[in-house]
Ligand binder design. Structure first.
Ligand code: B12
Ligand code: SF4
Length: 521
């Protein structure tokens, strides 16, 4: 095989930005897989140039030049930027490959703009692409391994990519790691509900932690596991063997059902400083939040007690909610979330608008069968730029009014003050303030208010939201153009639109990826 010049681009940002949040945090949100692919390509004897795009770089200067093959990793919100980049690289003669959440969720659309679109990716899939390395146009080809990879290169091998990325982060420096893939739970809206739980090699993890102690005085590790701590004793024992108590700080996404007091005592001892449990709904998902059949105010009280207990052990906690679920009706779910905020002042509330990311989850088929999915440009599909499912029990204006009211309540001076007082340490206090004052708090209030206004006044809005037309309102088109800046001119014709029912069609045609078989943990 000839030696290839390979570019790898991890799109953490969908557009240029100068925001305070981006400056401090974007480099900390780099994905693991683009770094893994860099290692695998080198192992096959190729040259690799890696770029983590945080929105602060000048793409025209930093893009790897003169490459044969380019891998781009993108969330759906960065799909339009990814399509434009692919177009630009193809014009220079390169072959392009898309991987990551967008490729897994919308492969049918991505095929129009990339030579290869990868689903689950292991080393043999990469080997196949490297060996083949041919332009596939007008429709790219799709490759995927049967399941998640069984092993991944660790931090030591990825350090060559982690180090330059973290140089861009001014003071908080998070090293991304994985202890497991998949999840034993089956929340129907989640991409991992059909992916079997699988622990990764704990020996590699221990080596990585030992290695990190040689690189930082006090490393900070962010676990990217979909649900951290499923095999709790094993992973804690590994951390305890490799790390002297309190020498490394950890952050993880974990479900409440795994966060018992006994577990938290051990997590505190082992340096866990931030947790992001999903609460999602006051009427559903009881298994995940360990609240069984409790609903409504009873669930609020139970979860609040649980979260307050967690906060006695771990200084930073983000509680995640989904707004607009089919089980929600009227004011009650929003009012219950406000009660939760009153009862749990130290938790930072993370809100997501109900979103169906293509073929991410089995539930999305139902939404598509019911004709409820709206083709908002991918650029807005990040859980808050747009809600791409028509709400079951709300009119759009009423829904946005309640979302605005809840966001205002959550980021009112009173709530922010109570949050600051209930947060014991300086960095979490500061992070909460930045998030509230930038895009997540005030930024969203402003944006949602504009959407609600346009639902009343902009004649293009309501017909699109009600799925009477597929004509994208000019407001959204202008916004993508502005956000993309100089890359807009590379966006291929038609790349703002997509078929919101492509997943359903692929199942009817028999071209959908098979669902993985679950195995017992
Ligand atoms: C960890 C995580 C995060 C972390 C780390 C993000 C990161 N940069 O990796 C944090 C907390 C920062 C985060 C933030 C967000 N996240 Co997130 N996150 C996850 C989570 C829980 C796990 C993803 C993961 O790393 N898995 C482990 C890897 C190894 O497996 P994998 O993702 O399945 O990847 C496989 C393939 O896709 C492929 N692959 C992956 N990347 C690449 C790259 C290349 C080049 C190639 C070739 C292949 C490839 O190889 C892997 C092995 O098979 C998933 C949900 C889930 N349960 O999967 C959501 C998920 C990916 N996140 C999601 C979203 C929406 C977001 C946010 C937009 C939320 C928000 N509003 O802020 C932001 C965007 C951040 C950003 N732009 O970087 C969505 C993405 C949907 C979509 N189509 O875009 C998911 C699927 C959750 C959901 N709602 O369903 N997230
Ligand atoms: S517990 Fe979390 S990762 Fe697991 S299926 Fe539910 S939402 Fe997905």
């Amino acid at each position: 095989m000839r030696r290839l010049h390979i570019g790898i681009i991890d799109l953490v940002s969908k557009s240029p930005t100068r925001s305070m949040w981006a400056r401090v945090m974007h480099a900390n949100l780099a994905s693991i897989m683009p770094q893994v692919i860099g290692v695998w390509c080198q192992e096959e004897g190729h040259d690799v140039t890696y770029l983590c795009y945080t929105g602060l770089e000048d793409l025209s200067e930093q893009l790897p030049g003169n490459v044969d093959l380019v891998f781009i990793g993108a969330f759906s919100e960065a799909a339009q930027l990814a399509y434009a980049l692919s177009n630009q690289f193809r014009a220079r003669g390169a072959v392009t490959v898309l991987g990551g959440p967008h490729a897994r969720c919308y492969p049918q659309d991505a095929q129009k703009y990339f030579d290869y679109v990868l689903g689950f990716t292991d080393k043999s899939v990469i080997h196949e692409v490297l060996t083949d390395c041919a332009p596939n146009r007008p429709m790219g080809v799709r490759h995927a391994s049967a399941g998640q990879p069984l092993e991944l290169p660790g931090v030591r091998e990825r350090w060559q990519f982690i180090e330059p990325t973290l140089k861009k982060a001014p003071f908080i420096k998070m090293v991304p790691m994985l202890g497991s893939l998949g999840c034993p739970y089956q929340c129907s809206f989640c991409i991992d509900s059909v992916v079997p739980y699988q622990p990764l090699d704990l020996g590699v993890m221990k080596e990585d932690l030992t290695f990190l102690l040689t690189k930082f005085k006090r490393p900070l590790v962010a676990f990217h596991d979909p649900n951290f701590g499923v095999q709790f004793n094993n992973i804690m024992a590994a951390i305890e063997e490799a790390v002297p108590p309190g020498r490394i700080d950890f952050a993880a996404e974990s479900s409440l059902s795994l966060l018992s007091e006994a577990h938290l005592v051990r997590m505190k001892r082992n340096g866990f400083k931030a947790l992001l449990p999903g609460i999602e709904s006051w009427y559903d998902m009881g298994e995940k939040s360990h609240t069984g059949k409790l609903r409504g105010l009873d669930k609020v009280r139970e979860v609040s007690n649980h979260v307050n207990m967690i906060l006695r052990y771990v200084p930073y906690l983000q509680s995640n909610f989904v707004l607009g679920l089919d089980v929600d009706e009227g004011d009650e779910p929003f009012e219950l979330t406000k009660r939760f905020i009153d009862l749990t002042p130290g938790a930072f509330p993370g809100y997501s608008l109900l979103s169906a990311f293509g073929q991410a989850a089995p539930l999305n088929l139902q939404y598509q069968q019911d004709g409820r999915v709206i083709a908002f440009p991918f650029h807005f599909l990040n859980n808050n730029g747009a809600m791409n499912i028509g709400p079951k029990n709300y009119a759009w204006s009423g829904f946005y009014e309640r979302v605005i009211d809840l966001t205002r309540y959550s980021f009112s001076p009173r709530a922010m003050m109570r949050r600051a007082l209930a947060t014991r340490t300086a960095i979490p206090k500061w992070l909460n303030l930045v998030r509230a004052l930038s895009s997540e708090g005030y930024g969203r209030i402003h944006y949602y208010t504009e959407i609600r206004r346009r639902l009343k006044e902009d004649p293009q809005f309501r017909p699109f939201f009600e799925r009477e037309t597929s004509q994208i309102p000019q407001f959204y088109v202008d916004r993508v153009r502005k956000d993309m800046g100089p890359m807009w001119r590379w966006l291929p014709e038609g790349a703002l639109e997509h078929d919101p029912n492509a997943y359903l069609k692929s199942t009817l045609e028999g071209t959908a990826e098979p669902v993985q078989v679950r195995v017992a943990v």
